[in-house]
Design a protein around this ligand. Structure first.
Ligand SMILES: Cc1ncc(COP(=O)(O)O)c(C=O)c1O
Length: 390
């Protein structure tokens, strides 16, 4: 497992390296891609070998028995996260943006309110706006670069029309791991306002030493009747192109509603995603994840140290995810000036904070899951672009 190994992704039609120019005005040849959440590493050998065996066979017809796939998901949740699930609770979707859209479609109607604690993963806004749900943004409170929940404020923002809460755990974009008490607070809030609680836990496996992700279902079992958990192997093993995720629903009535929408829209999984998921959720896959997290943890240490040394710029200490949330507001610079320095002068393609909703302005999100030489080069470029602050 050599995560330093250079892998040239330019010119491969990958979004991350080949769309920097179009999206951020960063030169595709010389820029460094630090935006969309995929990694620049090969997935574990067990996944590549399983895929190779399938492609070598050469016939790619309909997939039949998905028992081993469901069992692999159950094994992973039990062994890595201490959560026992029944294989019949699992639905396979085309990734978790699709999973979110399916939940919204199954459990709410146009015009209903959907609550989110913001800033939050930007694609949720796209899904909710396009499906004509009304978004109630409940701003997270920034306490010394650590987001906290303020339920008194959120209670006061409710109108009675809210039907669901989309929650992100661990949190994208700030990399927070929510504590058991915080999760219980969220569960109580959902209970008080009669909300279906959709917990997106796609980042559950990328958690740094000293932190522990708690699946919502075991943080508070009294909530299981209104709880939907979404998970996927795609961030964990860097296989986002498979667009395969799973939605886990303990409550039979919610399950029936969800299944009906899956049938109505004709959604069934693709065999490539099933095979790769099954291969990754294994002992070998687990060893790879531990090594990968160790590698990215050092990237995080270097990056956060360098950012925090720049006057007026601070990073949110990452507890999970490889996505660093950086606050430029202390520089007093406008959005355009921050973009000019980060994109044009430093040549770094990063996500704009404002796309993550209320509280995101003045921030950028940096993807650290890349070879170390990209991180050290990004640090040098940022030091040069913000040299006048020193
Ligand atoms: C919280 C969260 N949910 C979902 C996704 C995307 O999931 P998918 O690629 O399975 O649609 C991402 C990708 O960054 C994410 O951060």
């Amino acid at each position: 497992m050599n995560f330093d190994k250079p892998i040239n992704r330019r010119g491969t039609n990958c979004a991350k390296w080949d769309k920097m120019e179009a999206l951020y005005g960063v030169c595709n040849e010389t820029g460094i891609a630090m935006w969309v959440a995929d990694m620049d590493f090969h997935p574990p050998a067990c996944i590549r070998e399983a895929l190779q065996a399938y492609t070598d066979h050469g016939v790619y017809g309909y997939y039949g028995n998905d028992k081993a796939y469901r069992d692999a998901i159950c094994w992973w949740q039990e062994n890595r996260h201490g959560w026992t699930i029944d294989p019949s609770w699992i639905f396979s979707t085309h990734g978790l943006v699709n999973g979110t859209a399916m939940c919204i479609d199954a459990f709410t109607s146009p015009g209903d309110g959907v609550v989110m604690f913001t800033p939050i993963y930007h694609a949720f806004f796209r899904v909710l706006n396009a499906s004509r749900r009304s978004i109630i943004q409940c701003p997270l409170q920034n306490e010394n670069n650590r987001f906290e929940l303020d339920f008194d404020l959120y209670d006061s923002l409710m109108t009675g029309k809210e039907k669901a809460l989309v929650f992100c755990s661990p949190h994208n974009p700030s990399g927070r791991v929510w504590t058991r008490e915080e999760l219980r607070g969220v569960a109580d809030f959902a209970e008080r306002h009669n909300l279906i609680l959709i917990s997106d836990e796609i980042h559950q496996d990328i958690v740094y030493p000293g932190q522990k992700h708690i699946p919502f279902a075991i943080a508070d079992d009294s909530i299981s009747d209104r709880l939907v958990i979404m998970n996927a192997p795609t961030k964990t093993f860097n296989i986002a192109g498979t667009h395969t995720g799973h939605v886990i629903i303990p409550n039979p009535e919610l399950r029936a509603r969800f299944e009906n929408r899956m049938f109505a829209l004709g959604i069934s999984p693709n065999s490539f995603g099933i095979i790769m998921t099954q291969a990754g959720y294994s002992t070998e896959g687990a060893e790879w994840v531990d090594a990968m997290v160790g590698y990215v943890a050092e990237n995080r240490r270097l990056f956060e140290g360098a950012i925090d040394a720049l006057p007026g710029i601070t990073s949110f200490p990452l507890e999970a995810t490889y996505l660093s949330w950086v606050d430029f507001s202390g520089t007093g610079m406008s959005h355009n000036e921050i973009c000019d320095r980060v994109h044009k002068q430093a040549g770094l393609a990063t996500n704009h904070g404002g796309t993550f909703g209320l509280g995101g302005d003045g921030h950028m999100r940096f993807n650290l899951a890349t070879q170390r030489y990209n991180i050290t080069s990004a640090i040098d470029r940022l030091n040069a672009a913000f040299n006048d602050l020193q």
